[in-house]
Design a protein around this ligand. Sequence first.
Ligand code: ATP
Ligand code: FE2
Length: 328
Amino acid sequence: MRVIGIEGTAWNLSIAIVDEKDVIAEAEAVYIPKHGGIHPREAAQHHAAEIKNVLTKVLSAAAERGVTPHDIDGVAFSQGPGMGPCLRVVATAARTLSLKLKVPLVGVNHCVAHVEVGRWRCGAEDPVTLYVSGANSQVLAYRGGRYRILGETLDIGIGNALDKFARFLGLSHPGGPKIEELARRGREYVPLPYVVKGMDFSFSGLETAAEKAVNDGRSVEDVCFSFQETAFAMLTEVTERAVAHCEKDEVLLAGGVGANGRLQEMLRTMCEERGAKFYVPEARFLKDNGAMIAYLGLLMLKSGVRTPIDASAVKPNFRPEEVEVTWR
Ligand code: ATP
Ligand code: FE2
């Protein structure tokens, strides 16, 4: 089976064609805000302007590998969660494509797609997943036929917190990699609020305190280092507790922030100490990507799931628990 998938919940408009084994073709267009953070309407305009171009690129890359539009068996799209205006552009394109190719449509949950692409690429069986991106920070595990959120951020995602702090420092978007670079040169730990409540965590107060520490004269490198140490320790603590509670022995990292070497190191150490396996896919499958949408679409279509046009409205607050896992 071959499925084309469209992702465009936020900054990355990405389209891919996959089969059960691999990614056949992929293309993307990245929206970079001119100033400040991501503006939903601007991002949606970007996606609308670029989608024809990206689709053409994917189809010609697939043609070079002998795959034509007639070989495509389904169209998948990220139905949510994400920015409403962006989701609507993607959904409109997906409906059109499904009607044109005369193949079924399937709307997929973006968070579940991050998990499934990680399992696919790393061979993890039944992991606890730490999904950390700009807008989302969640600890997920499969239980009773659904992916449950065991813990999550009470305010902003860790990526947004890093990006916001980077903006305060005058650095351009995305800030995460720049903070990681600065943090490597940090030496002294500056105490910052460590907020874990039950299985949930919060980053907003930490970000404000980091700004204050810089205003109070602490070195930028030390504050970046301390920001990462504090935030990533919070994420690692909750992930470890989830592993213990669910009696799982695998941890999977997902989302753009997963590219961070220090976060990977902390999770790897925690896993080693617990005798659990740690999995992290290649960076292109960590960040938002069309392949994960196409691949989850393929799993869903194979298990008989279809999204009729009249049920294909976007779901900006789509929770992973809402999805019945029919493919495991
Ligand atoms: P969504 O929230 O819908 O999943 P997103 O727009 O946040 O999507 P991702 O690609 O998953 O998309 O993540 C982007 C985030 O990852 C940005 O906040 C960026 O700063 C952060 N990021 C990327 N590389 C690193 C890094 N090396 N260290 C820390 N953060 C990083
Ligand atoms: Fe994402």
